[in-house]
Design a protein around this ligand. Structure first.
Ligand SMILES: Nc1ncnc2c1ncn2[C@@H]1O[C@H](COP(=O)(O)OP(=O)(O)O)[C@@H](O)[C@H]1O
Ligand SMILES: [Mg+2]
Length: 293
């Protein structure tokens, strides 16, 4: 699995190295949580790495997005547009099912072979375009499949109602169809000051953070995330110690079991061992195969 940088300071380490290439990520949050900022940073990071950027906006117009990006410190955005490295698809006001089924495939075939980053901001109006759940699933599924053909996709979703309740159909369908889900929780805790916390709900094939992380929106820096007490550094030292002890059981258990377990060690992180007494585990493994000659 190849990882690419998200473009958000502080986030890659929490995602086990970054966003999976050619995957779909969904960013969910209330209005003002920082979704458009997130999407812009994701695209910008790709452009800086020589990728193309495609910004599909279903809500705000292109001018507004550019204006806000410049205010957040991305002054070179106009150069990328001029060089045609960054394109905007303004689908606001279009009939979405028509757009997704007809215009999108044409667009995708014209970008064949590209290694782009695609942002759809926000995906919510597509879901609202029909009340039939199967049609919603069909439309979103088709859209994600098409866009993934030209690169790595990031969609944003508006959060409504009770914060953190991600069980409504409009969030469930895109979450289910995507590889990575990030929740930007932004609300007034106990009516006092605005609290912002980022949580990775899922990220396929990745040992990602399972904690909430404070984040801020900083002019010039964009969205920045704090690891808090999450162990970013020395992700592996406990695992390495465990490996040294584990290697001593070689010859005392069947060799196929030893090989299988030894090869699983490379995927472990310290946090996988947080609740595990490794000496006890090694004894249990030895006990399991005590009849082994
Ligand atoms: N120049 C700025 N400096 C600091 N924060 C800003 C600036 N511009 C916008 N913000 C913050 O970003 C928020 C909007 O972010 P945005 O990405 O548009 O949110 P969303 O797309 O989720 O509605 C604003 O509510 C504000 O808190
Ligand atoms: Mg927005």
């Amino acid at each position: 699995m190849k990882k690419i940088s998200s473009g958000i300071y502080g986030l890659n380490g929490l995602l086990d190295g970054g966003i999976n290439e050619n995957s779909t990520t969904v960013v969910i949050g209330m209005s003002g949580a920082g979704k458009t900022t997130f999407a812009t940073q994701f695209i910008r990071r790709g452009l800086e790495a020589g990728q193309e950027g495609i910004f599909v906006s279903l809500d705000e117009n292109k001018e507004q997005i550019i204006k806000e990006a410049i205010e957040m410190g991305w002054t070179e955005i106009l150069n990328f547009i001029e060089d045609e490295k960054l394109v905007f698809i303004d689908a606001s006001g279009l009939e979405f099912s028509q757009f997704i089924k007809k215009e999108l495939p044409d667009f995708v075939s014209s970008w064949k072979g590209a290694n782009a980053r695609i942002a759809v901001d926000p995906l919510t109006p597509v879901i609202w375009s029909t009340s039939d759940r199967y049609e919603q699933r069909d439309l979103i599924g088709f859209m994600l499949k098409e866009t993934r053909k030209v690169g790595t996709v990031l969609c944003t979703l508006e959060e409504h109602g009770t914060i953190g309740d991600l069980s409504g159909t409009e969030t469930v369908i895109p979450m289910y169809l995507s590889d990575c889900v990030i929740h930007l929780r932004s609300c007034f805790e106990a009516g006092s000051k605005l609290e912002r916390k980022l949580k990775i709900v899922k990220c396929r094939s990745s040992s990602h953070s399972d904690q909430e992380h404070p984040y801020s929106l900083m002019k010039g820096f964009g969205l920045v995330v704090q690891a808090g007490d999450y162990p970013l550094t020395s992700l592996r030292d406990k695992v390495d110690d465990f490996a040294i002890d584990f290697n001593k059981v070689e010859g005392k258990i069947p060799s196929y079991v030893f090989k299988r377990l030894a090869s699983s060690l490379k995927d472990l992180r310290n946090r996988d061992l947080a609740e595990v007494n490794t000496a006890e585990l090694i004894n249990a493994i030895l006990a399991e195969y005590q009849d082994f000659e």
